[in-house]
Ligand binder design. Structure first.
Ligand code: SAM
Length: 237
C-alpha cells in the first residue's frame, strides 16, 4: 500500500512554492510546535481510500477543502460560519499555517484540520465523492507559458477532483490573473465532470456572498487588479 509520505516525497522535488518566510514570532512558532500536531493530517497515517470524515467528530456533515489557504482568513471565516462542515486546509507556507492556527484558537474552531504539505500529493489518497466543496483562491498564476505545467489547474488535478467531488459540489476558483482565468476556462468546463456555474454575463465579477476577500485579493485590488470568480459544479453522474 503506498503511503502519502512516499507520494509527497515524489512531488516535493517539483514543489515550486516556498515553505518558509520571515522568522516567526514566538507565539506563531509556539502554535506550530504545539497546536499543529493536534489537528495535523498525518501523512504517515493515511492510506487510500481515506474517508476525510474520519478526521472529524461525528457531528460533521460535509467536507470542504481549501487548497493553498495562505494566511487562512477565508478558511477561518468559513469554519466559523459553517460549524457542521469539516474544513481541510492545505498549505505549504509555514507562516500561513501558523496564522490559521492563531485564528483557530482565538475563535475556538473545532472543525479545521491542516495538511501542511503539497495538496497535489494528498488528492490521490482520498475516497471517491468525499469532498463537498473545493476552494482554490488566488493560486500561484505561473504566468509564463513555459511554466504553465506548474499551474494547479491542469488535466491531472481536474481528474482527481472529478473523482473526489460529490455530485453538485462546487469548485470555487478566484484569480486576479487574466491568463489564469482564461486557462481555467479552457480546461475546467471542457472536462466532462464540470460545468461553469454562470448566472449572467457579469457573474465572474461577483464574489460569492458567503465568502470574504482573502489577503491576496485585498492586495490585488489595492494594486489595481480585478478579481475574477469562476465557480464550477461537479455534474451529476
Ligand atoms: C498566491 S497565494 C494565495 C493565498 C490565499 N489563497 C489568498 O488568497 O490570500 C498561493 C498559496 O498557495 C500555496 N500553495 C502553492 N502550491 C501549493 C500546493 N501544491 N499545496 C498547498 N499549497 C500550495 C502557497 O504556499 C501560497 O500560500
Amino acid at each position: 500500500m503506498p503511503s502519502l509520505n512516499s507520494d509527497t516525497e515524489k512531488h516535493r522535488t517539483h514543489l515550486y512554492g516556498r515553505r518558509k518566510g520571515k522568522r516567526l514570532r514566538a507565539s506563531l512558532r509556539d502554535a506550530l510546535d504545539n497546536e499543529l500536531p493536534q489537528i495535523r493530517i498525518d501523512p504517515e497515517k493515511i492510506a487510500p481510500p481515506c474517508d476525510p470524515r474520519t478526521f472529524f467528530s461525528p457531528n460533521i456533515e460535509k467536507i470542504w477543502l481549501e487548497i493553498g489557504f495562505g494566511g487562512g482568513e477565508h478558511l477561518a471565516a468559513q469554519a466559523q460560519a459553517n460549524p457542521k462542515v469539516g474544513f481541510i486546509g492545505a498549505e505549504i507556507f509555514e507562516n500561513g499555517i501558523a496564522s490559521l492556527l492563531k485564528q483557530r484558537t482565538a475563535a475556538a474552531l473545532e472543525n479545521i484540520r491542516i495538511l501542511d504539505d503539497d495538496a497535489r500529493a494528498f488528492l490521490p489518497f482520498l475516497a471517491d465523492r468525499s469532498l463537498d466543496r473545493v476552494f482554490l483562491l488566488y493560486p500561484d498564476p505561473w504566468p509564463k507559458a513555459k511554466h504553465a505545467k506548474r499551474r494547479f489547474v491542469n488535466p491531472t488535478t481536474l481528474d482527481h477532483l472529478a473523482r473526489l467531488m460529490s455530485p453538485g459540489a462546487e469548485l470555487r476558483i478566484a484569480t486576479d490573473h487574466p491568463e489564469y482565468a482564461r486557462w481555467c476556462l479552457r480546461h475546467v468546463p471542457v472536462h466532462p465532470a464540470f460545468q461553469w456555474d454562470v448566472s449572467g454575463p457579469n457573474s465572474w465579477r461577483q464574489r460569492p456572498q458567503d465568502t470574504i476577500a482573502t489577503r491576496y485579493e485585498k492586495k490585488a485590488v489595492r494594486e489595481g487588479r480585478t478579481p475574477m470568480y469562476l465557480n464550477f459544479l461537479r455534474v451529476v453522474g
